[in-house]
Design a protein around this ligand. Structure first.
Ligand SMILES: *Cc1c(COP(=O)(O)O)cnc(C)c1O
Length: 360
C-alpha cells in the first residue's frame, strides 16, 4: 500500500495510527460485536465514546469548567448563522475583521440578523496580511467581536488577539484547532469544523462560555439553538457518531504524543523548513507577509501560471497531492496540519528544489 503525502486544506490527512485503529475496530468495536457506524447513539458504548472525547478535548485544550463543549453538525458554515442567532441578543450589533472568505461569509450571514460592522479588512492586498486595528472603531456595546483565527485559503494567522474588553471574542478556529495551545478563557466562543485537523467531515466542535447561551432569538430553529444541544449533552438528535469517534481517537493520539505543546513544536519545525526554503528560493515565493504567516496553510506561487500548473501536475505524479491553490487565489498551497509528518514536508521541499533546478 502506497500512501501519498496529502497537502489538502480539508478534508485532510489523519494520523496513520488512528486510521489503523479505526480499521481494526471497524467490524467489532471493543467486543461490542458492532461497528461504531451501526450502534445506537443512546447505547452505553457510544455514551462512553462521546463522554471520553469531550473529557480528552477538555484536558488537551485546558477548557475551563464554565465552557460547554458541543459536537454539532452542519459544518463550520452553519456557525455563521448559529452565532448571530444565539449571541446577537442585546444590542444586536457585532464587529467583524475581514481577513478572507470565511470571515466575510460570517459577516454577511450576521448582517441578515442584526447590525454587523466591518472594523478592518485586508482585501486590498488579497488578504495577504492581518490588518492593524484601531480601537476607536470598535462598537463598545457589541454583542460580540468576530475573527477567523487562521485563514485557510490565504495562509494568514492572528498572532496577537484584538483587545475587546467585555465584548466576547468569537473565533473560527477550523483550520488551526489543536495545532498549538490556545487560551480558551480569552474567548466567548470558539468553533471548528473537524475535517481540517480533528476528524472526518460531519462534526463541528463548538466551545462556548455558559453565560452566552440561553437567549437565542425567538425564531431560532430548535436545531440551531446552542442551549438545546448543551442541555442534551450533544445528544438532542442523532449526532455524527463516527466523526465523533474518530475525533476521540485523534484526541488520544495528541495526548500520547505530548499534547498541544508538542504539536506546536512539530508544526513550527515543519513550517520553518518550508518558509525558509520559500524565502531563499529564486523561483517560488510565499504570498503572506512574514509576521502573519500561518503554521498550517502555506500558499506560494512561481509568478507564472503555466509553471504553477506544471508544478502541481509533476508533484502529484511524485505522490505529493492536492497542492493546487484555492480557486480564488491560484498558485499553490501546502496545508501541513498535525497529521502531516515532517518527512512529508522534507519530500515537498526536496521536490521544489529539484523543480527549481529543472526549470531555470
Ligand atoms: C473549511 C473552513 C470553513 C468551512 O467549513 P465547512 O465545514 O465546509 O462548512 C470555515 N472556516 C474556516 C476557517 C475553514 O477553514
Amino acid at each position: 500500500m502506497a500512501r501519498v503525502y496529502n497537502f489538502s486544506a480539508g478534508p485532510s490527512m489523519l494520523p496513520e495510527e488512528v486510521l489503523r485503529q479505526a480499521a481494526e475496530e471497524m467490524l467489532d468495536y471493543q467486543g461490542s460485536g458492532q461497528s461504531v457506524l451501526e450502534m445506537s447513539h443512546r447505547s452505553k458504548v457510544f455514551d462512553k465514546i462521546i463522554k471520553d472525547a469531550e473529557a480528552d478535548l477538555r484536558e488537551i485544550m485546558n477548557i475551563p469548567d464554565n465552557y460547554k463543549v458541543l459536537f454539532l453538525q452542519g459544518g463550520g458554515s452553519t456557525q455563521f448563522a448559529m452565532i448571530p442567532l444565539n449571541l446577537m441578543n442585546k444590542s444586536k450589533k457585532a464587529d467583524f475583521v475581514i481577513t478572507g472568505q470565511w470571515a466575510n461569509k460570517a459577516y454577511q450571514e450576521a448582517a441578515r440578523y442584526g447590525e454587523a460592522k466591518v472594523i478592518a479588512s485586508s482585501k486590498d492586498k488579497t488578504f495577504s496580511y492581518i490588518p492593524k486595528l484601531n480601537k476607536a472603531d470598535f462598537t463598545p456595546d457589541a454583542d460580540y467581536f468576530y475573527i477567523c483565527l487562521n485563514n485557510t485559503i490565504y495562509g494568514t494567522k492572528w498572532n496577537q488577539l484584538p483587545e475587546t474588553g467585555d465584548v466576547p471574542l468569537v473565533a473560527d478556529i477550523s483550520s488551526n484547532v489543536l495545532s498549538e495551545p490556545i487560551d480558551v478563557s480569552k474567548f466567548g466562543l470558539l468553533f471548528a469544523g473537524a475535517q481540517k485537523n480533528v476528524s472526518g467531515a460531519g462534526v463541528t466542535i463548538v466551545i462556548v462560555r455558559e453565560d452566552l447561551i440561553g437567549n437565542a432569538m425567538d425564531f431560532t430553529p430548535t436545531m440551531l439553538n446552542y442551549k438545546i444541544h448543551a442541555d442534551a449533552g450533544s445528544l438532542y438528535n442523532t449526532p455524527p457518531c463516527y466523526a465523533i469517534y474518530i475525533a476521540g481517537l485523534v484526541f488520544q493520539w495528541i495526548k500520547k504524543n505530548g499534547g498541544l505543546e508538542a504539536m506546536k513544536a512539530a508544526n513550527e519545525k515543519k513550517a520553518k523548513l518550508l518558509y525558509d526554503f520559500l524565502d531563499s528560493s529564486k523561483l517560488f515565493k510565499g504570498t503572506v507577509v512574514p509576521e502573519d504567516r500561518s503554521l498550517m496553510n502555506v500558499p506560494f506561487v512561481t509568478g507564472n501560471e503555466e509553471l504553477d500548473a506544471k508544478f502541481v501536475k509533476e508533484a502529484t505524479a511524485a505522490g505529493l497531492v492536492n497542492l493546487k491553490g484555492h480557486r480564488t487565489v491560484g498558485g499553490m498551497r501546502a496545508s501541513i496540519y498535525n497529521a502531516m509528518p515532517y518527512e512529508g514536508v522534507v519530500a515537498l521541499v526536496d521536490f521544489m528544489k529539484k523543480f527549481e533546478a529543472d526549470n531555470k
